[in-house]
Design a protein around this ligand. Sequence first.
Ligand code: ADP
Length: 256
Amino acid sequence: MTDTVYMLQLKGVCKRYNDIQALAPTDLSVAEAQTTVLIGPSGCGKSTLLRLIAGLIRADSGTIVVEGTPLTPDNITALRHRMGYVIQEGGLFPHFNVRRNVTLMADYLGWDVERIDTRLGELADMVRLPSSLFDRYPAELSGGQRQRVSLMRALMLDPHLLLLDEPLGALDPMIRYELQQELKTIFENLAKTVVMVTHDIAEAAFFGHTLVLMRGGHVVQKGNVQQLARSPAEPFVEQFITAQRDPMQQLNEALS
Ligand code: ADP
């Protein structure tokens, strides 16, 4: 058997905001080319954990190792180029058009125009965004189109690690379903390591090779959805799963 290769390792990472322990000292290993989903109720520390990995906030203590290199204030900018980050509302710059939003970093890093254009075209094909939208501003796009552009921006530099904070959370159910299918195919085709935040167990099960269930700043259980459902580490795991029963099951119960 081959050993698991870890893209990311956290050792004793913690974060406090005044009297709130947003993340208790946490150890976590994230396997390469897999999707790891951080899940749990609102306020349990999912976004804090993702933002620490992205280097957007600094841990109070502990170490975050990305592809063998510990994150430090000195190397964070370089390491961030190996990470793509998408947030719920997309986080696009409202005063830049699609083309500018997607290509900004590549331009800043000195890529030549031809390389930028080629990459822009590849990404648009991948996420199925028509090139006729390249000159539009974010406000002139639908929510689904904005998330496609956000994903293009996150993938522009071909990062090894994709960090997604509720990327589909603001979309209506039909668009969300469509994008879920497409995103999963993209992640698999590109063999990217993905860390995704969601509070939706069905979405977590759909995407996640590994689920990390959190509560009150702690990791309660890590495993695949079968392990969580069949061998809950504590009653909370079962409660969390049951509380999010399939909406169709709820509908059927209401109709019966
Ligand atoms: P989740 O993503 O699971 O909803 P968060 O990681 O956003 O949870 O938040 C974890 C806890 O930390 C919450 O109690 C939240 O209110 C608190 N928190 C998060 N960010 C800040 C901040 N910038 N300042 C103060 N408290 C914060």
